[in-house]
Design a protein around this ligand. Structure first.
Ligand code: SAM
Length: 248
């Protein structure tokens, strides 16, 4: 298997000569699924110390030891972009989290809204999807995934959170229907930002009124057609990244 680039997120510190113990799930993946053995190499990252090339020193059925050899990539960071979205059905929510990591966000905040069409969301499971996506896409970080919280409560604290107020680009389907200015020109590269995507049923009138009244909120269009929530997430992230983020 030498030459295969397997990337693994671990919690332990990484550094030259550092031994990293892997336990059951990861050992099974490395040594049974990927069939790695002593002498084979994997890439490790922990979100703090960059990516390290590590060699398999011990490969057991249930555990193993990897030893860091050399830094292969310095620690990076995503643009300061948060994704706020109302969860949809399970598979589609998983898709949203995975794609948000690939497209580049710093933080993922599921929000509950009046017309939300999902029971609940397991943040711990979503963190696993985020880790897998980071392993696959080459990121040296894993964005935080928060517990579900009411949109109203998040907005209550928004302007008073300290530091520069983070602009919320609110994907507003009414703006799309109106045509004309898409709203995106209000943004600036390098400024902290968030994208807000509503539920399948759209935002309720009282939610719309509140968003319209908040100075931090900029309504934006995602084109002339109404997109499914998960498509809207992808479209908004691509638009933001290509205008203001690390794709420029
Ligand atoms: N039921 C809503 C309606 O018919 O108006 C559609 C909701 S849409 C499936 C889910 C979310 O995606 C919306 O709340 C909005 O945030 C976003 N969205 C979808 N298409 C959009 C567009 N063309 N422009 C801006 N936002 C859009």
């Amino acid at each position: 298997m030498a030459g295969t680039k397997v990337r693994l997120h671990v919690d332990q510190p990484l550094g030259a000569g550092q031994a990293v113990a892997v336990a059951e799930g990861q050992a099974n993946y490395l040594f049974q699924v990927m069939r790695l053995g002593p002498g084979d190499r994997v890439a490790l990252f922990n979100g703090r110390d960059g990516e390290w090339l590590a060699e398999v020193a011990e490969a057991g059925k249930r555990r193993g030891i990897l030893v860091c050899q050399a830094l292969s990539r310095p620690q990076g960071a995503p643009p300061d972009l948060w994704l706020l979205f109302a969860p949809v059905k399970k598979e589609r929510t998983n898709f949203i989290v995975e794609k948000a990591v690939e497209l580049g966000v710093a933080r993922i905040l599921p929000v509950s809204t009046r017309r939300m069409n999902a029971e609940r969301i397991r943040a711990d499971k979503q963190v696993l999807h985020a880790v897998e996506a980071a392993e696959q896409c080459g990121a040296t970080w894993v964005p935080g995934v928060e517990e579900l919280q009411p949109l109203d409560r998040l907005l209550d604290g928004w302007a008073t959170a300290g530091g520069p107020v983070r602009r919320i680009f609110w994907a507003d389907e009414a703006r799309a229907e109106a045509g004309g200015d898409t709203g995106w020109a209000a943004g600036r590269a390098g400024e902290p930002a968030a994208i807000l995507i509503g539920p399948e049923g759209g935002f309720a009138p009282e939610e719309r009124a509140r968003l319209q009244a908040l100075p931090a909120v900029t309504p934006v269009s995602l084109g002339p057609r109404i997109l499914r929530a998960e498509t809207a997430v992808l479209a908004a992230l691509v638009l933001w990244q290509s205008r203001f983020g690390d794709w420029r």
